[in-house]
Design a protein around this ligand. Sequence first.
Ligand code: SF4
Length: 236
Amino acid sequence: MNSEPIPSFNSEEIDKILTKISQATNNLNDPIVTQISKIQKDPFRILITTILSLRTKDEMTRKASQQLFTVADTPAQMLEIPLENLQQIIYPVGFYRRKADTIRSICKKLIEEYQSKVPDSLEELLSFKGVGRKTANLVVTMGYNKPGICVDVHVARITQRIGIVTIKGIKDDKSIFRDADNVEMILRKILPKKWWIPINDILVRWGQNVCTPISPKCSQCVINDICLRIGVSKSR
Ligand code: SF4
């Protein structure tokens, strides 16, 4: 697949589109990791909550992270929890067995190689088992306020639907959100810097409420006059 960006909008137009969506989503709930980071800007909590949140609903992630951080909130304390207990503590989340393994492996590496401090670079974070680009970018941006672009399924889908990111060969709604890493690389080239950190929160809120995965609410959408609606075959 050719990943070269084919620009449909210039930076000024992208700025206007994101400003409109941002204003329209102002009153909606933040994604769970953002909520946690606003309560306590602790990179370790952000890292662990992001792992828990993968392919899991926000309510489940909230419950699991509250249960877990009540028992342990440092790598050493978390590693002391026997595997079976850890699985039970985080049980409401999907893939809890695999996530318990991942959490233990992260804690071990943090203790052995990083004096229990979560690193602040994408490269180092990506060397941890179970940490992908979405998680690493969230830790860097939410935990350390450093530049990064977190691309989850909503960001990947919506930027392509609107036409901000255009990838050759992608035409339908099924294939549109498969390639989040590719979307991140394109956004790094074309997205105005002021939107790098906020784009994830804005488009997650938008994707949960308006530009939904199935049958987006295009008739109520504030950008329906400019959105290219790529891959959208059914809408409300
Ligand atoms: S017009 Fe439809 S597809 Fe485009 S952003 Fe709005 S809801 Fe999504």
